[in-house]
Design a protein around this ligand. Structure first.
Ligand code: TF8
Length: 335
């Protein structure tokens, strides 16, 4: 009788176990999430959204604490902190990842994507996934891509209506060889610098200009130190949300699932929000006194021609395969 009872409770416990475990396998955790832009930027809004999603999905147990304005360090510094396990999560430009996985530089070649739809399809498809997975050997877990956006030029010297106008302009670029190569070919004097140092560099005249999406030009108040904005859309720039692998590997399956699903929700929120914000930014920047012009299709065509050798150089420097794969993925997205 006793043995029967024991057996029965044993079976019942075994049956209940998976349910109970999945309901309980979430610990109370503080997750430090670093980012470079301000709290009120599109990036800051999406971090806040992610934090709320994670909280909802974990019954308040997982607390994502956002640290904006590069307060935990520049993109590259945060990557290293994540790899070391001393910070849990971050979001930053894929372009700053080239020191970890060189192939991330492929997104930085100019004029690859024609629109956001193509970018979404490629980034969320097998190509983007594969590149993201390659981070795991390096101590990082790539979760989702967010939109930074199409990049445009600003400077304090002169309007840029043709590529020659870039001549001699000290232009801050991200710490990434593809950007340095591209802008030197355009005749600018490319100065690689962390984003966290950019505003001061422009204010003090260490650099004359920079390039970023209009949303960032607005949220980082670059209009205070830059007179001219040139809509060039020369590169579509993704952001990537990442976790420390060292930390991630210690999470339960339930915790990982919560974070993954909240990450996907944050991606959809962020892209929609950034696109809406972007549509308002140009008018805002004009109101703030920026002189704005758009590069003509003919001029953009000249620029495309001019940077063709950058593609050959990228391929010759070990990027041939990833470039071929990306171009195939873009071609497929266009069909
Ligand atoms: C840049 C990037 C930055 C982002 C941000 C710090 O120009 O576009 O705005 O990496 O996450 O450095």
């Amino acid at each position: 009788m006793f043995r029967k009872l024991l057996l029965a409770t044993g079976i019942a416990a075994a049956l209940l176990a998976p349910v109970a475990a999945s309901a309980q396998d979430v610990k109370s955790r503080i997750i430090r999430f670093g980012y470079g832009l301000s709290e009120s930027s599109n990036q800051g809004r999406a971090v806040k959204f992610f934090s709320e999603e994670v909280s909802k999905r974990s019954g308040g147990k997982l607390k994502v604490k956002g640290f904006g304005d590069s307060s935990l360090g520049s993109d590259m510094q945060m990557q290293n902190t994540l790899i070391g396990g001393a910070q849990e999560m971050m979001v930053g430009s894929t372009a700053t990842l080239v020191g970890v996985v060189k192939d991330f530089g492929v997104y930085d070649l100019p004029f690859l994507f024609n629109n956001e739809k193509e970018a979404d399809a490629v980034l969320d498809g097998p190509f983007g996934e594969k590149l993201m997975k390659s981070l795991s050997d390096k101590g990082l877990v790539g979760l989702v891509y967010w939109e930074n956006g199409f990049r445009n030029l600003t400077n304090s010297k002169r309007p840029i209506t043709k590529v020659e106008d870039m001549g001699g302009i000290k232009l801050r670029v991200m710490q990434n060889p593809v950007y340095i190569d591209m802008f030197n070919r355009f005749g600018a004097n490319a100065v690689p610098l962390a984003f966290s140092e950019l505003f001061t560099a422009m204010e003090t005249g260490t650099v004359d200009g920079q390039e970023n999406p209009v949303t960032t030009i607005q949220s980082s108040k670059f209009y205070e130190v830059q007179k001219y904005l040139t809509i060039s859309r020369h590169v579509y720039s993704p952001w990537i949300m990442m976790a420390s692998k060292r930390w991630w590997d210690g999470l339960s399956a339930d915790e990982k699932k919560i974070l993954q699903e909240a990450a996907v929700a944050s991606r959809d929120f962020e892209r929609k929000d950034s696109r809406e914000a972007s549509a308002q930014s140009v008018a805002y920047l004009k109101e703030k006194g920026m002189q704005i012009n758009e590069l003509s299709p003919a001029e953009l065509e000249r620029m495309r021609e001019m940077v063709k050798p950058a593609f050959d150089k990228y391929a010759a420097d070990g990027g041939a395969e990833v470039l071929k794969d990306l171009q195939a993925a873009i071609a497929a997205a266009r069909k």
